[in-house]
Design a protein around this ligand. Structure first.
Ligand SMILES: [Mg+2]
Length: 374
């Protein structure tokens, strides 16, 4: 019998939020919930879960239509459009801000929303973790992905599980040249770190198990990196990671988040900030529009669906809603406080080329005549 192929699609968009860039409000969830429920009744998708991180509305859908399916993407696009209209009516902040195009053309990639999709052949048991972060960019996942799939000090399986020990292959996207390269670890570990340490330019887009090409992780960065004159990689990222049985264990996937680390984004997309792992109830941005937050949801893919409870409700574990991440949260607050004491001085502020927007050209223009030879 052919193994069953199931697709996990996580598509997100900032369609407007409450009290600034803080949180997705209830009426927008209701629209997403209604549309996805109908899509499930119509047989388009088999399971869904709607959640948010900060101002990003997240549609998690499981179905059997493969990646980049026009009907699935249209469902997401129409839902974001409808939610954006509601946001506009409510005069929510940034209504429809991520919907960069007006007409849908078969795929939401390149139109504003962020997408991570993975078609899998279901294993005997297939645990999956989806990550979603707000107030940061795709390069923010380089560090944890390296730790999970290449660092033997993080992932014991790389050392002691023969199923994992063969290592992994990383597809790295160069968002400036719009090219990608596949590097194999452990053999090319130093080359990999050389690239992905430059988080504003090189981003891990896919990871496979080296010995058989099994897909293990997918991020929301794509080869279509530039839209509307800016990089998609600057967008609040999502990713899908598979766990266990010849792959890193769930705990090995989560342990990089035991400590906070600095990511690009935060206020006005122009500052370094500490990433704070939180449960969904705390996935809302406050201090200096942050600190940047990340949530992790775990579930089982089973027979083309998210495994559900006796009432048919998908069982989804809120993995960072756990005291084990209290230390990272405390560190995040401490780092945030240290960085904000520096105000608009680098390295608290991003370098000029990396800032989402800056008035520096206008300042230089105004002062042009007043600059004299030194
Ligand atoms: Mg956002």
């Amino acid at each position: 019998m052919m193994p069953r192929k199931t697709t996990i699609s996580l598509i997100k968009c900032d369609v407007g939020s409450l009290a600034g860039h803080h949180v997705v409000p209830e009426p927008l969830f209701n629209i997403a919930g209604k549309n996805l429920k109908k899509a499930k009744e119509d047989g388009l998708i088999s399971s869904c879960h709607v959640f948010n991180v900060g101002d990003d509305l997240q549609l998690l859908m499981v179905h059997e239509r493969g990646e980049s399916n026009p009907e699935i993407h249209k469902l997401a696009w129409d839902t974001f459009q409808e939610a954006a209209e509601k946001a506009l009516k409510l005069k929510l902040y940034g209504a429809g801000q991520d919907l960069l195009k007006t007409a849908f053309s078969g795929n939401v990639r390149g139109m504003g929303p962020g997408v991570a999709e993975m078609e899998i052949e279901e294993r005997g048991s297939d645990p999956v973790v989806v990550f979603a972060a707000d107030k940061t960019s795709t390069g923010a996942f380089n560090l944890p992905l390296f730790r999970i799939f290449a660092d033997p000090m993080n992932t014991a399986g790389l050392v002691i599980d023969p199923g994992v020990a063969g290592g992994f292959k990383f597809e790295v996207l160069d968002t400036v040249e719009n090219k990608c390269v596949v590097l194999r670890c452990p053999e090319e570990m130093y080359e990999l770190v050389g690239l992905i340490g430059t988080v504003g330019r090189y981003m891990i887009s896919r990871i496979w198990r080296a010995r058989d090409g099994l897909i293990c992780a997918v991020g929301s960065v794509t080869k279509l990196s530039k839209i509307a004159g800016k990089y998609v990689g600057k967008d609040d990222p999502v990713m899908i990671v598979r766990a266990q049985r010849g792959l890193p264990a769930l705990g090995e996937i989560l342990v990089p988040f035991m400590h906070s680390y600095l990511v690009a984004g935060w206020m006005r997309g122009s500052h370094w900030g500490p990433l704070m792992p939180v449960g969904v109830k705390n996935a809302k941005c406050t201090v200096f529009d942050g600190p940047p937050r990340i949530v992790a949801l775990g579930f089982q893919v089973a027979n083309g669906k998210i495994a559900s409870d006796d009432d048919g409700k998908p069982m989804v574990a809120d993995l960072f809603d756990d005291p084990a991440f209290d230390m990272a949260r405390r560190e995040a607050v401490e780092y945030a406080s240290m960085l904000r004491r520096m105000g608009e001085f680098e390295p608290a502020r991003l370098g000029v080329g990396q800032m989402e927007y800056t008035t520096l050209p206008q300042i230089l223009e105004r002062l042009k005549e007043r600059f004299k030879p030194a």
